[in-house]
Design a protein around this ligand. Structure first.
Ligand SMILES: [Fe+2]
Ligand SMILES: [Fe+2]
Length: 372
């Protein structure tokens, strides 16, 4: 094992290994968890969506809606005959640790997909703005397919999640509409970047494709790309969201999304290693793709290669591990130590936030193609 992988592994994934997912109830319990790192369900102030006006980007909007209507992925989320065969053949070869990391990956991906599905559906039900309603109908359709497809793979392990129950029982976090635009745009685009990076890697190294679901990622991530395009158009049509103090919010959300992903991915070193990747290398590739795409809408971009940024990412992984250890220890000492790690994390995040950003003019044409 080389030093970098050893370093990646050096992070704490105690939580994953100690709280194994062995039944549907365990899987649902994992999906219900709300921590800084786990995917959440959101609710918002729906009236604001009624007031959104997409006239300034009408031509691009209509072209995008025609694509949604064309629904080129309508037949994609069905398993072929080979799927079951590959599962039967490949799964017994996974080590118990890799199996747990993969299951955790499936559960957190399912939770994020389903989170989108619920949010888009709720917006649709609570507004009358015809443009946004139509958009939400299409996006909820796509996310529901994605969540269902992931759940089928969990069912292969007898770990299927009761989505209706999850919807009723999981806590909802309120986000102002403005934060929904930034966070949802980013999570759709980062979702694209994550899936396409995995797909390209396994395209180059088919021997490392340890589960058939990865074959689906290319067409799948085009849905996520388009979802991101929709929010890009919404924000470009309402340019006040992209200027003044909001530039600081954009900076904050990019950093929050990037750091969360980095820390979470470093809890799954074996998953990336099995694909022939290192967690850090994978994450920086995802950051690079996401940052390039975001130039269509955000006037500022993080300097992801800045030494303070790079060191900060690794520092946060280390703090998160120490925090997790303090939590497992419990007691007054454990609690005090958790508080110290929280302060350290905030300080590190603050330093990263202050790294100068790169600014640029926004392009005339908003939409870009998924060419990565
Ligand atoms: Fe999705
Ligand atoms: Fe999506």
């Amino acid at each position: 094992m080389n030093a970098a992988i050893a370093n990646d592994r050096n992070t704490d994934h105690v939580d994953l290994l100690m709280n194994k997912v062995e039944s549907s109830a365990d899987a649902t319990a994992r999906a219900l968890v709300n921590t800084v790192l786990s995917p959440r369900f959101y609710t918002t102030r729906f009236e604001d969506f009624d007031r959104l006006n997409v006239e300034p980007v009408r031509a691009e909007w209509d072209a995008m809606m025609a694509e949604y209507e064309g629904d080129n992925n309508h037949d994609h989320f069905q398993r072929d005959a080979q799927f079951a065969e590959e599962v039967k053949q490949l799964m017994p070869q996974l080590s118990p640790e890799l199996r747990q990391e993969f299951i955790d990956f499936l559960i957190s991906s399912l939770t994020s997909e389903f989170s989108g599905c619920i949010l888009y559906n709720e917006i649709r039900k609570n507004i009358s703005n015809p443009d946004i309603r139509q958009l939400m109908t299409y996006m909820a359709r796509d996310e529901s397919r994605h969540a269902g497809f992931l759940n089928q793979s969990l069912k292969d392990f007898n770990l299927g999640i009761d989505l209706g129950g999850l919807k009723r029982s999981k806590k909802y976090t309120f986000f102002k509409p403005k934060y929904i635009y930034y966070a949802t745009y980013l999570s759709e685009k980062i979702g694209y970047a994550r899936y396409i990076t995995i797909f390209r890697q396994l395209e180059r190294h088919p021997d490392k494709r340890f589960h058939p679901i990865f074959r689906w990622f290319e067409r799948w991530c085009n849905d996520e790309f388009r979802h991101g395009e929709s929010f890009a158009l919404i924000m470009r049509a309402n340019p006040h969201l992209l200027s003044g103090l909001n530039r600081l919010w954009i900076r904050f959300f990019i950093l929050a999304v990037y750091t969360t992903m980095y820390v979470r991915d470093h809890n799954r070193p074996l998953l990336h290693e099995a694909m022939g990747l290192r967690s850090s290398e994978y994450d920086y590739q995802v950051f690079r793709i996401t940052s390039q795409i975001c130039r269509q809408v955000f006037p500022v971009e993080l300097d992801i290669d800045h030494p303070v940024m790079r060191a900060g990412m690794d520092k946060l992984v280390e703090i998160s591990a120490a925090h997790q250890r303090a939590k497992s220890r419990g007691g007054l000492l454990g609690w005090a130590s958790q508080a110290v790690h929280l302060v350290r994390a905030t300080w590190t995040f603050g330093r990263m936030f202050l790294v100068p950003v790169k600014s640029h003019e926004l392009p005339q044409q908003v939409r870009v193609s998924p060419v990565w």
